[in-house]
Design a protein around this ligand. Structure first.
Ligand code: FPP
Ligand code: ZN
Length: 331
């Protein structure tokens, strides 16, 4: 069975080409930039960065471009005794880096390298009385962390852990839903497309999408497309390549991805490529980074760009990996 998209989409003839080889080289070079200030300023995001880089390479069809054994060895060093992973060696554990580490280890089929029971204990320890999740022991609460917890437990096949309160988890997400159909980062928080992705993703994994008015939310999401084809995260904001992922994956879970103009969005993402260095920026003309490179490439995969490996809209991981671990494709 092919790991590519089943029905590749047609691409506007005036759109630039995907600079596949340059993006592979751009990602490979990221770890060699130790003389750049930015490298050190983003130290706390090293594990997240590995997830973005490794995922982009998988979707580009070049999983071998990074040394997987070396990455696994590094990730093992980021796990703490309480089971959580830090954003780098000796950094405090956080649910964001814990999810990224688990996603990479599952993609590489190397869960054997870590203590999975402890990861589960760590995640469960972060659930609060009202069903929400904290990001770490300092207690910040955000719908992102609910999604990280639910996704991580599902990837580890531990959603049936009796200590997890699923009804309260769903209840909390529903409390973050707004009059416009969108979701915010906490109850009463403004609707934001990335928060929509994490809330719709949580409800999809928990089989609770019935709490969403798909037509109303689909309308709000499709309103995110601007004249130049790019998508923004909220009304009146600028377009940004990463919203190609947050918006389109949400529409895909709601089965309404045809509600935006995919040819125009494809062109916008391709125009945001850096033709000199490789990599993709948040919008045309800006500096590329690995975050926007990953979400641009994953967005192109969701759009059916020819030759790319199919991405799963819930997990933002290769679809063949999600199928390999037996999580059924319900969307
Ligand atoms: C906005 O970023 C992004 C979010 C709020 C969602 C992030 C989601 C996760 C970390 C969950 C895991 C994700 C995946 C793909 C597995 P921002 O603060 O840059 O937004 P802005 O555009 O408003 O600045
Ligand atoms: Zn962005």
């Amino acid at each position: 069975m092919s790991i590519l998209n089943n029905n590749p989409a047609a691409v506007d003839a005036s759109a630039p080409e995907l600079l596949l080889d340059q993006h592979v080289k751009y990602i490979q070079a990221l770890d060699t930039k130790k003389n750049d200030l930015e490298y050190w300023l983003t130290e706390h995001l090293r594990v997240n960065g590995l997830y973005w880089g490794a995922t982009a390479l998988q979707i580009l069809g070049h999983p071998e471009a990074l040394d997987q054994d070396q990455i696994v060895e590094y990730l093992v060093k980021c796990q703490h005794d309480n089971g959580g992973f830090g954003g780098h060696i000796d950094h405090d554990p956080h649910i964001l880096s814990t999810l990224s580490a688990v996603q990479v280890l599952i993609t590489y089929d190397r869960l054997d390298a870590i203590n999975v029971d402890k990861v589960v204990d760590y995640i469960i320890s972060l659930q609060n009385e009202d069903g929400s999740f904290s990001g770490d022991s300092w207690g910040e609460v955000d719908t992102r962390f609910v999604f990280c917890a639910v996704m991580c437990l599902n990837l580890l096949k531990r959603l049936d852990d009796k200590r997890l309160d699923i009804p309260k988890t769903i209840e909390y997400i529903v409390r973050c839903r707004n009059f416009d159909g969108g979701f915010g980062s906490s109850p009463g928080g403004e609707s934001h497309a990335a928060q929509v992705y994490v809330c719709v993703g949580t409800l999809t994994i928990l089989g609770a999408l019935n709490h969403v008015d798909a037509d109303q939310l689909g309308w709000w999401l499709s309103e995110r497309q601007l004249k130049n084809g790019g998508l923004n995260g909220r009304p009146e904001k600028l377009e940004d390549v990463c919203y190609s992922w947050w918006v389109l994956s949400s529409l895909s879970m709601l089965r309404r991805s045809h509600w935006i103009d995919s040819e125009k969005l494809t062109k916008f993402i391709l125009e945001s490529q850096d033709t000199e260095t490789g990599g993709i920026a948040d919008r045309p003309g800006n500096m590329p980074d690995v975050f926007h490179t990953n979400f641009g490439i994953c967005g192109l995969s969701l759009l059916g760009y020819p030759g790319l490996v199919a991405v799963d809209p819930v997990y933002c991981m290769p679809r063949h990996v999600i199928q390999r671990i037996g999580l059924t494709d319900k969307h």
